[in-house]
Write a protein that binds this ligand. Structure first.
Ligand SMILES: O=C(O)CCC(=O)C(=O)O
Ligand SMILES: [Fe+2]
Length: 306
């Protein structure tokens, strides 16, 4: 049900890869990507840095809090998010967000444009270099995936390049504590992602489930080293609902679980209109920034954030 695509096919037979990807994006909105070019050593370093960060005492993480940050960067403490706002259940996880790394002198940062802030950094020697190296690699991989998406949708292969040239992409480190056994406990509540595509790496601990349309919750298979790739709501809207975003959640894990999500959202000024060839538009135009802001505002729950 969740197909495994092999990056070797992207290199050898792009049209064949694009067709398989297109089928997955239309049917389940999820696929696994094996054989990709992100080095295992870099992924290992990412998990080491995530462990170092989450192991810091709260008084070192507090100054980095996302709740004081207008640009969706920094530390989301345990109990500050509720991805499923219908359940009343707060997610049992903590997270750290890194955005496009712009200097404080960048004109868009100076102008206070939405999502154009500077990153905040913990005092850990390798953290910035490792996470930014990973950010750039996975951004490039996401762009390559959009070439296959374009091909599948009958667009020029480079159609999406200008929409992801300075994207609102967020690299998010996540840490889920072991299940406590409490009633209704959840790692991450049921939700769909907001952006175009998400590329997720996990540490192999089970917990991620998807709920295909008309189906029941099922475990996402574990394929060591493979990315879990899924379609977000923005790409669903952009494709005029030809591709689908699918609800997923994280159950409280048996052991501590870590994951690294890369949410690839378009440039803030990109206008999201039904793509050429997708029929009569079902949705009005919206900019990438307005769309993302509206979705984030629904996720952070001021009454539980402290
Ligand atoms: O940690 C995971 O496996 C998935 C997290 C997720 O779905 C999200 O943060 O949007
Ligand atoms: Fe998600």
């Amino acid at each position: 049900m969740i197909p495994v695509l092999d990056w070797a096919d992207y290199e050898k037979d792009l049209p064949g890869f694009a067709a398989a990807l297109g089928k997955a994006c239309r049917e389940t909105g999820f696929f696994l990507l094996a054989g990709h070019p992100i080095a295992p050593g870099l992924i290992r370093q990412m998990f080491e840095q995530a462990d170092a960060f989450f192991g810091l005492p709260d008084d070192e993480k507090n100054p980095l809090s996302i709740s004081n940050n207008p640009h969706n960067r920094g530390w989301a403490r345990m109990g500050s998010e509720r991805l499923d706002d219908t359940s009343g259940q707060v997610d049992s996880k903590e997270a750290f967000n890194i955005g496009l790394d712009l200097p404080a002198t960048d004109p868009e940062v100076q102008a206070g444009k939405p999502f154009r802030g500077v990153n905040v950094w913990p005092d850990l020697p390798m953290f910035r270099d490792v996470t930014l190296a990973y950010y750039d690699m996975v951004w490039a991989l996401g762009l390559d995936l959009h070439r296959a998406i374009a091909l599948d949708l009958g667009l020029r292969p480079d159609f999406f390049a200008r929409h992801f040239s300075a994207p609102m992409a967020t690299l998010r480190l996540l840490s889920y504590p072991p299940a406590q056994g409490a009633e209704g406990e959840i790692g991450a509540g049921a939700h769909t992602d907001y952006g175009s595509t998400t590329l997720l790496m996990t540490d192999g601990e089970a917990g991620l489930q998807v709920k295909p349309r008309g189906g029941d919750w099922t475990d996402v298979p574990l394929v060591p080293g493979a990315f879990v790739v899924n379609i977000g709501d923005c790409l669903m809207r952009w494709t005029n609902d030809i591709y689908i975003s699918t609800p997923h959640r994280v159950l409280p894990p048996a052991r501590r679980r870590r994951s690294i999500a890369f949410f690839l959202d378009p440039n803030p000024d990109s206008v999201i209109d039904a793509l050429p060839g997708t029929g009569d538009p079902k949705y009005p135009s919206v900019t990438g920034a307005d769309y993302l802001r509206s979705r984030l505002d629904a996720t952070y729950t001021p009454e539980v954030a402290s």
